[in-house]
Design a protein around this ligand. Structure first.
Ligand SMILES: [Zn+2]
Length: 568
């Protein structure tokens, strides 16, 4: 074990060049030193572990080096460099204000300031976590900061810039350190692996880098930990196992389940994730991240925003291509709703299962074809997703332009659904099928607005239930909802339980498409409300409600029992 516990200290950067992930900042510092434009006080801000203290030490070393290199780095060989590296140079004084924040601690510093440097040009006072100084200590320090001797340079470091008093801020030259990117961290760990004879797999290093969340120092100590427990062989598997990270394979598999509408597959994956001890909200958020990454990967122009290694990025791109763009917007909406409802849900597991079911059904409605018509006609507002402003691509937008001048051939006074050129542009139509598809599509585009009666509506309403009798929660909700016509084209369905509202939401796209087609009215809408008078008698907690549903519908029970025994 011992032999691996080295990296963070051993690979602490010794020169500006070896600082990871802060290139522009270090070159600015270097230039300032080279041109002798030094400030008397610096403030280094940024998250922990990104190199603030290291840079402060390198800075101190460089300005005191007896023999700096041609490109303005410390030589690391001379007496001064060595003394600073050993930590016993008179010219560098460090104070950790997190634990030494009293007036006396500061007095000690201000006294020392009076002693000139020895064997070098400057004395550098590094005060770490400067925002932690007590206000009395701050005040005692301020005077010295205002008029320090010429040979004194203060470098104040903080993770919380907003807590630093304005009087201090205004006297310092500020440098903002960034979080270190995954890529930079992986590269550095790869280098260390090579130096130390530790085998590393980029995907494994990426897991470590993610866990470190932008802090190089953390990355290196995790690196040591994984190297030790995997006996010097850092793989993707050894990293996720050691760090208790959820394998992103789950998310790839889940999205595949959503794509093919495999509800059981999705629920079983969720069960596995729970069995591994992962929190459901963590899982939900991870899934949202995954969908976001896919969305980013779907467009070559944003793909480079993916903070991930090349082979994982390729997986994202491949999966992204398998889904229509609108799916992402709908999925994000579902996930976001799930996240919002999570906090108040009494049965979190049930909520997550519902979210997964909804996601599995987004692509399912078959009429009208989702990839074409659904995209152009926002059918109801169920997805809540705004039509995306997709990139215009030459061939497909050509198609759209040709269709554009055709106006609906009816004298319709109201706004008819119009193609948005920008959104049509992202259809993937292959050349052979364009004409055929467009014919079908312009047929679909005709606006229909026949008068609707409650009788006609009820007929279609029941026909839909018969055709979808396997969707038990939905059809039972439909049966009990007693729809009323509340406007020329608007119907109101009342249900007794939030889960029934959700069942409607899940099916709304498909249901509306069906009813609109049957009744030749593209403007028909359905509002679903909870009927408070029915809630009283049906105010069951979700688990009870689920039990009731299972009683009515043994098949659902079988499925859920397969997935987790506790509902049995
Ligand atoms: Zn030197």
């Amino acid at each position: 074990m011992e032999k691996y516990i080295v990296s963070a200290r051993k690979y602490r950067p010794a020169t500006f060049r070896s600082v990871v992930g802060q290139k522009s900042l270090t070159s600015t510092l270097k230039n300032a030193i080279a041109s002798d434009r030094l400030a008397q006080a610096y403030l280094f801000c940024g998250p922990r572990g990104v190199g603030k203290t290291s840079c402060a030490r390198i800075f101190a070393k460089t300005i005191n080096c007896l023999n700096p290199t041609a490109d303005g780095e410390a030589c690391c060989e001379c007496e001064n460099c060595k003394a600073i590296e050993r930590g016993n140079s008179m010219n560098v004084v460090e104070l950790d204000a997190a634990s030494n924040n009293s007036v006396d601690d500061i007095r000690d510093i201000t006294d020392q300031v009076q002693t000139p440097p020895q064997g070098g040009k400057y004395r550098v006072f590094i005060i770490d976590e400067v925002h932690m100084l007590s206000s009395a200590a701050f005040n005692a320090f301020l005077k010295t900061l205002e008029e320090p001797p010429k040979y004194v340079i203060f470098i104040l470091a903080t993770t919380e810039k907003h807590k630093v008093l304005p009087t201090i801020l205004s006297r310092c030259q500020t440098y903002d350190f960034r979080r270190i990117t995954i890529e930079d961290m992986v590269e550095q760990m790869q280098y260390i692996g090579e130096q130390e004879g530790i085998k590393t797999e980029p995907r494994g290093l990426e897991v470590i880098a993610r866990k470190a969340d932008g802090a190089m120092r953390d990355a290196l100590s995790i690196f040591d930990q994984v190297a030790a427990s995997s006996r010097g062989n850092i793989t993707y598997e050894s990293a996720i196992e050691n760090l208790n990270v959820l394998d992103y394979d789950y998310y790839f598999k889940l999205v595949e389940s959503f794509r093919i509408g495999d509800i059981s597959g999705a629920l079983l994956l969720y069960r596995d994730v729970r069995a591994k001890g992962f929190d459901s909200l963590f899982f939900l958020n991870g899934l949202a991240d995954h969908v976001r990454n896919l969305m980013v990967a779907a467009d070559p122009r944003t793909a480079e925003l993916l903070e991930t290694s090349k082979d994982v990025a390729e997986r994202y791109t491949a999966q992204a291509k398998s889904l229509p763009l609108q799916w992402y917007y709908a999925a994000m909406k579902v996930l976001n709703d799930g996240d919002v409802q999570y906090r108040t849900a009494t049965n979190k597991q049930f909520l997550v299962e519902l979210v997964l079911i909804r996601l599995s059904q987004l692509l399912k409605p078959a009429t009208p074809p989702f990839d074409l018509v659904d995209y152009v006609f926002p059918l109801g507002d169920i997805t809540g997703a705004a039509l995306p402003a997709a990139p215009s691509q030459s061939t497909t937008s050509q198609v759209a332009r040709e269709e554009e001048p055709r106006k609906p051939d009816r004298s319709d006074k109201s706004d008819s659904p119009r193609i948005k050129k920008s959104s049509v542009a992202s259809f993937r139509l292959n050349d052979n099928s364009v004409n055929e598809k467009m014919a079908e599509y312009s047929e679909q585009r005709k606006v229909h607005r026949e008068p609707v009666s409650i009788e006609g509506f009820m007929q279609a309403w029941q026909a839909y239930q018969q055709a979808n009798h396997q969707q038990h929660i939905l059809t039972s909700a439909m049966r009990g909802s007693n729809p009323q016509q509340v406007g020329e084209e608007e119907f109101l369905a009342k249900v007794g339980h939030p889960a029934e509202v959700q069942a409607f939401e899940l099916a709304m796209t498909q249901l509306l498409a069906y009813l609109r087609k049957q009744l030749s009215n593209d403007f028909l809408t359905i509002r679903v409300e909870i009927d408070p008078t029915r809630v009283v008698s049906k105010q069951l907690p979700p688990q009870e409600f689920l039990k009731e549903c299972i009683e009515k519908n043994p098949a659902l029970g079988d499925l859920l029992r397969k997935i987790d025994g506790e509902l049995a």
